[in-house]
Design a protein around this ligand. Structure first.
Ligand code: NCD
Length: 314
């Protein structure tokens, strides 16, 4: 596999292989020196045209812990501001001799376009409303770590599904791994048609809480909404916000998840975000290990997993 552009690039066995590989990197990350030389000599570039805190830093941390060199491109301080095209930007960076691009862009399809312009590997770090595959993989890993498997789990994805690349990738990964997914949102925040999504939809959060094992909350993506899709954030929060009272009605052992960035007090009450069954910071921690697994799988050909053991003896 050269690129990871969407969860649909992987079948169930492919997803499970990455999650199994992630176990090794979780172990590496627990060591006093959380580094292995698996990708020494490789160069990973993060090519980010849209704001990011956790995704960019997480990929860069992952690359560094594998011994790769990292380059950071940020559109706001680049020659894009002088009118340079996307293709010229990619070819310029490619000419340095890089091994992987991690691409985030506000337009859907940009990572697959970049993949056609370069022989380097391309990992989608989030494109428009389309996909964010490593987010879904780290979420699946986090659920698996707590519940053993996703098979038969009932997942509610609550909030602005319409504008969410995270939702699209989470739905693809979780259903492929055997979970059932219900989307919960007002009609204006659901995609117009759900044929082929393999999910059901509800407009009533209170009605689904008791049958929810995983409550996955989404941020209101106000920057992607062109019109007033909810009367006000206060009303949205009153009907769809996960308050302490609502969280108490989730199924036993339920987990509360959020990809970040959170808007505390809108989609999630601060007390719920900080409760023991909220695994939001674990998601972030697992993200580094999952991205190590993805980079290792794409770039590590010829390197055996033995390299992990050798490093621990060293
Ligand atoms: C999200 C994103 O940018 O796709 N965050 C993330 O990468 N964890 C979700 C969001 O912006 O709400």
């Amino acid at each position: 596999m050269k690129d990871l552009l969407a969860v649909s690039d992987l079948d169930r066995a492919g997803i499970e292989a990455i999650l199994d590989l992630t176990d090794h990197f979780v172990e590496v990350n627990r060591r006093p020196i959380p580094k292995v030389p698996a990708l020494r000599g490789k160069t990973v570039v993060s090519l980010f045209f849209e704001d990011s805190t956790r995704t960019r830093l997480s990929f860069e941390t992952a690359a560094k812990r594998l011994g790769a060199d990292t380059l950071t491109f940020s559109a706001a301080s680049s020659s894009v501001k002088k009118g340079e095209s996307l293709r010229d930007t990619v070819q310029t960076i490619d000419a340095f001799g890089v091994d992987a691009f991690v691409v985030r862009h506000h337009s859907s399809g940009v990572p697959s376009q970049v993949a056609r312009w370069t022989d380097a590997s391309v990992v989608n770090g989030g494109d428009g409303w389309h996909a964010h595959p490593t987010q879904a993989l780290l979420d699946a890993y986090t659920v698996r770590a707590h519940r053993g498997s996703l098979d038969g789990l009932r997942v509610a994805v609550v909030g602005d599904v319409k504008h969410s690349r995270v939702a699209r990738s989470v739905i693809a990964a979780f259903t492929t791994l055997g979970a059932t997914v219900t989307l919960v949102a007002p009609p204006t925040l659901l995609p117009p048609a759900l044929d082929g999504w393999g999910v059901t939809a509800s407009h009533d959060l209170d009605a689904v809480l008791a049958e929810t094992d995983i409550c996955y909350l989404l941020r209101m993506q106000l920057e992607r909404q062109s019109e007033g899709l909810v009367p006000s954030l206060r009303e949205y929060s009153a009907r769809y916000g996960l308050t302490e009272a609502r969280a108490a009605r989730l199924a036993p052992k339920a987990l509360v998840m959020h990809p970040g960035p959170m808007n505390r007090g809108v989609e999630i009450a601060p007390e719920v975000a900080d409760a023991p069954n909220a695994v939001i910071t674990e998601q972030v921690a697992n993200g580094v290990a999952v991205r190590m697994a993805v980079l290792f799988q794409l770039l590590g050909s010829g390197t055996q997993l033995d390299v992990l053991r050798e490093a621990s003896d060293a």
